[in-house]
Design a protein around this ligand. Structure first.
Ligand code: PHE
Length: 360
């Protein structure tokens, strides 16, 4: 049987491999050389028709040829892949030093702005900022707050539970920022004077509820703080926040498992022609829940209720942002609609301070 000189075949194939300019071209060369019907494969098949003597010399020759062609293909493939990556990096290069386009300047979301405003007011009263995790456990969200398993108040929370852990416990998305009361009291001895803004979650969705919303929690614990301080602090807050000096308010008795006594605070407003005005009027708007920290909560955190006492409050940030800036639909807060953001957003340079002003 006559066959082409393997040396010539090798030279031709290597030339084809190194000459392949793209990965696709290289693949064609590979199939034509060592694919199922490739030239090298054909040569290998011809071994079967040879005499044992012929095979003894041709076998190693052809195997060596096949190995060298495979290696050449792999080398070329690596080169081409590297070149392709390099080209892509060049093409997708972003010049971070380019100036911003004026029409593309972002704005501060009302929730961020209002959070900063709230922090500025309470910081001025001597509160420090605290935080806690969004993913919580049953203890911090309920049990420590005097809501043991089966407590009816748990049902009002429409809790999102995460799938169960190995030990049978389930984590949850915190339903209120009151969790951070517990974290603060368990991590440091009193006194405490903290303000805690953050995300909260409840399985609820309509024009005034979104599954994720924002709350701010306040907590004061020391030896002497009483209900009068609670009222004074919150009255001062609403008047500064809404910038109405004689803003009418009232405290209505209420119930929370973690405070005793508990109250809800309303502020005065007037509604005319579908317009809502915060201030003197004949209507009330509920804006927060509050109360003296329940002695049982103090005990749950290892604090002696005969020595320490204080108050806590919790307020919906989104809601008071809507009231202050006349934003009608809560759901629009989380739609990421650029037109809405441009309309209701704040300048990034407009940092709220008590001296510089809280509003635009
Ligand atoms: N955690 C309560 C709620 O989400 C609000 C609250 C906080 C009430 C602190 C009293 C004291 O409704």
């Amino acid at each position: 049987m006559t066959m082409q000189d393997p040396k010539e075949t090798e030279a031709e194939l290597v030339a084809a491999v190194t000459g392949a300019e793209t990965l696709e071209a290289l693949e064609q060369v590979r199939v034509a050389a060592i694919g199922r019907k490739g030239r090298v494969t054909d040569l290998m098949k011809s071994l079967g028709a040879m005499t044992p003597d012929e095979r003894r010399t041709a076998g190693p020759l052809l195997n060596g040829l096949k190995d060298r062609i495979s290696t050449a293909i792999d080398t070329r493939r690596a080169e081409l892949e590297e070149a392709a990556l390099e080209a892509r990096l060049q093409e997708e290069h972003i010049d971070l030093t380019l100036p911003t386009r004026p029409e593309m300047v972002g704005s501060v979301h009302p929730v961020s702005q209002v959070t900063e405003e709230i922090i500025a007011i309470f910081a001025d009263m001597g509160f420090t900022l605290a935080e806690g995790p969004d993913i919580e456990d049953d203890f911090h969200n309920f049990t420590a707050l005097n809501m043991p398993p089966e407590h009816p108040a748990r049902q009002m929370h429409d809790t999102f539970y995460l799938s169960g852990e190995q030990d049978g416990t389930r984590k949850l998305l915190r339903t209120h920022t009151s969790t951070v009361q517990i974290r603060a009291m368990m991590s440091q001895p009193p006194p405490h004077r903290i303000i805690v803004p953050g995300r909260t979650y409840r399985s609820d969705s309509d024009i005034t509820h979104t599954p994720m919303f924002h709350q701010v929690e306040g907590l004061v614990i020391d030896r002497t703080t009483h209900m009068g301080h609670l009222k004074g602090c919150l009255i001062e807050f609403v008047r500064a926040f809404f910038d109405v000096d004689d803003l009418p308010y009232r405290f209505r008795p209420s119930y929370f498992p973690f405070t005793e006594p508990s109250a809800e605070m309303d502020i005065g407003c007037a509604r005319s022609d579908g317009e809502l005005r915060i201030g003197a009027g004949d209507e009330w708007l509920e804006i927060l829940g509050c109360g003296m920290v329940n002695p049982r909560v103090l005990e749950n955190c290892g604090i002696d209720p005969n020595e320490y006492q204080g108050f806590a409050f919790g307020m919906g940030i989104d809601r008071i942002a809507m009231l202050k800036y006349g934003i009608p639909d809560l759901r629009a807060f989380f739609d990421s609609d650029l037109r809405w953001l441009r309309h209701y957003g704040f300048s990034a340079l407009d940092v709220p301070t008590l001296a510089g002003g809280l509003a635009r």
